[in-house]
Design a protein. Sequence first.
Length: 507
Amino acid sequence: MPSAETTRASDHEPEQVRPTRDDEVAAGGSELIGGPIGLRALTGTSWWTPVRVVALVMIGMFALGMVQKMPCYDGGWFFGAGSQYTHACYSDIPHLYQGRGFADGLVPYFDKIPGDMEYLEYPVLTGVFMEVAAWLTPGGGSIQRQEQIYWMVNAGMLMVCAAVIAVCTARTHRRRPWDGLMVALAPAFALTATINWDLLAVALLAAAMLMWSRGRVLAFGVLIGLATAAKFYPFLLLGPLFLLCWRAGRWREFGTALLGAVGAWLAVNLPVMYLAPEGWAKFYSFSQERGVDFGSVFLFVSQWLKIAITPETANAWALVMMVVICAALSAVTLLAPRRPRFAQLAFLIVAAFILTNKVYSPQYVLWLVPLAVLARPRWRDFLVWQACEVGYFLGIWMYLAYTTSGDAHKGLPTDGYQVAIAVHLLGTLYLCALVVRDIFRPERDVVRRTGEDDPSGGILDGAEDVFVLGPAAHPARHAAHFDEVPHADAVPHGGWHDNPAPGDRSL
């Protein structure tokens, strides 16, 4: 018998899922590096662990995304508005260095900004991120040089966020670390990573998902609160979590997560809220007053029907649609034959917010990438969705090139841009439909196929149901109960493993 000193850590861990064996697209792509992993391959014996590989690939792809912005870095951001669109290398970061008062040393939320905006229109933690980057930007030289350095400083800080996202996603599902490569290699991720500061919130949310998967409920809540202090959308995950904890009877854990989230959010926001209430409120008032903007279903309808949609009308319809979708997700959660995985509902609620919002900036795809990987880690469907998002990324910039080119009409006209919006909407709906199908047909779920219940579910993984509705309530009392007979290698505590239907290769 081996001693504790000589036993590798991997001997005590479940066998890793190897995508090149289970996923046709991953197997085909692996031919570029020698083909799928062999049956006798030794794992866990090299420095090149999956997490380290994922982190390095992410850094490499992020660097390629920076290279893609070079035509703007050398002139497109400063000379001629159309150039940054025709080269698809636009970024808010250099423009807002001077436009939001950082070049003049103004303090966000406390000092008024010359112009129409008056105060910084970003949540507090994002404002802190922007301010720290401004402190690290030297003040000498021309304003163009300062803006270039400001973008480089921000890009360096955002690269750290990107690495955190990839690593956290790779570690959330213990048996599926290679799924992190889907995040690292996502083309839309690389293209949009340095457009704005969204990666800060995405990184905090990815870390929160990792903490929840490890059963660290309070840490999850704190990170959700911090993520919401950086961007509005992360708090939405508390809704699905409430439903899952309701079905599993885990009220204490949900209360701990909620208190952690509220406490962390207040810790960041209260000082600014008290000392600079008008500046603090700008983000929320701007979000309400903002008109129908690029990429949204409202703009598509407005352009297609040639009607004007006011901000008030868009706000009302967006709220109604979100309420309807939340009600539908509640029904899905309580009626599903097995309790849905947390990552599945997290993806669906954020996707619903994106689809019903009155604006869709190209970088919003970053919100969904890690959640999509955790919800449905299958390369074919992921790449189909990514192709749609890359299409929209090119479409928005070509449309802006068209609108700024005057009589030259260079770029994509309105009809073409409507197609780009439709592609984005349909691509996201396609992935949502697959996730919903997996919920109602768990045997099609790529993650549960290996015999696990909810590897990112933390305290929900393998937990018994205490409240269910519909057919799921008769006679199932356990989240993992299933009519089919499980394989002998099924996970003991609530795990299962179903045979796919003959000829079914979608798993």
